[in-house]
Design a protein around this ligand. Structure first.
Ligand code: ZN
Length: 342
């Protein structure tokens, strides 16, 4: 190659570079133009430099200077072009900066959970501890040990969900009372929260699975007055001061038995449709533990007495939040939960 041919090649590269750089319209295109022109391995400039040794020795200095000039020119072209290119947003959804910020949703406890935890904390202060038991129970724990007469209607297939001939889904948390008395020496003070199952229709006031809380106290020399004082204290704490009354009732596992009413939380006693104009609402069942139950659990019924109670947290949540339909508590409707959860 002669010097003349070399200088022509340098000039051609200058023209080519100018066209290539101005044709680039994005930073990516400009980067590939830079590689084509200045790339170390296959770039146009390095190809030109490789031909330098083929020139006569005297011409190499001038040729080298020409190569350096065009290199500087190309670098300037690239830098100028880079400054004039507007960066393009990365592909994907465009960002709308005028859009309002997303609301930060805060989780909350379900109203039934809130009620259960509050009941637990009131009874914990009174020395009660929490006891749990299995949801699949034997007929003996669920009925027989609790003094249900044979062929009691509650044992019917229509009311109880049987898993086999002997095993069923517990219809109340009372089996936990038996299991506790079997393993714990009195004095006993327990609270047993948990899920229970009935073959109920799912309507405004019934659900096939619901939570229940039961309490049990067993000791020497305790009586109905302890039951009444404790449950009255509980109602006053929970509802913030309320009238209470006890009405005689019947349960197979307690004798005598009583239901406790609190003043209607909606009309405060004057009568409304929620309390069927009585001014009262039932919140729990209770009674002195039947001696047969103590004996079934292996305790000395001559020495010990006990009292027990049971209530439905969902029903109490309905009273507290003035709900017309129990299904609101199972629907997971955010519009409702956002109003009552905490
Ligand atoms: Zn009322």
């Amino acid at each position: 190659m002669t010097l003349d041919e070399f200088v022509k090649a340098v000039s051609a590269l200058d023209t080519h570079a100018s066209a290539l750089v101005s044709a680039a319209t994005t930073p990516a295109e400009l980067e590939s133009a830079r590689n084509a022109l200045l790339g170390r391995k296959n770039g146009d400039l390095s190809a030109l430099m490789k031909s330098l040794p083929s020139l006569p020795a005297d011409d190499r200095r001038e040729a080298g200077a020409a190569v350096n000039r065009v290199k500087t020119t190309i670098e300037e072209l690239l830098a100028n072009r880079a400054g004039s290119l507007v960066p393009v947003a990365p592909s994907g959804p465009r960002i709308d900066l005028t859009m309002p910020a997303r609301e930060n949703w805060k989780g909350g406890r379900h109203p039934v959970t809130v009620v259960i935890e509050e009941i637990e904390s009131i009874f914990r202060e009174l020395g009660f501890t929490i006891a749990l038991g299995p949801e699949a129970e034997t007929e003996w724990y669920n009925f027989t040990s609790l003094n249900f007469p044979e062929n009691h209607p509650a044992m019917d297939m229509h009311d109880t969900l049987y898993l086999s001939d002997e095993v069923l889904l517990r219809t109340h948390t009372s089996p936990v009372q038996i299991r506790t008395m079997q393993t714990t020496k009195p004095p006993i003070r327990i609270l047993a929260p948990g899920n229970v199952y009935r073959r109920d229709f799912f309507d405004a006031s019934h659900a096939p699975m619901f939570s229940q809380i039961e309490g049990l106290a067993v000791d020497e020399g305790i009586g109905f007055v302890d039951l009444k004082a404790t449950l009255t204290h509980f109602a006053n704490r929970f509802f913030g001061g309320t009238k209470t009354r006890f009405r005689p009732s019947y349960f197979p596992f307690t004798e005598p038995s009583a239901e406790m009413d609190v003043e209607c939380q909606i009309c405060h006693g004057s009568g409304c449709s929620s309390c069927k104009n009585t001014g009262w609402m039932e919140i729990l069942g209770s009674g002195m533990v039947h001696p047969n139950v103590l004996i079934a659990a292996g305790l000395d019924a001559e020495r010990y007495t006990g009292w027990a109670f049971g209530m439905g947290p969902a029903r109490i949540a309905m009273l507290r939040y003035k709900l017309p339909d129990i299904r609101l508590l199972y629907d997971s409707d955010m519009r409702f939960l956002a109003q009552v959860s905490s």
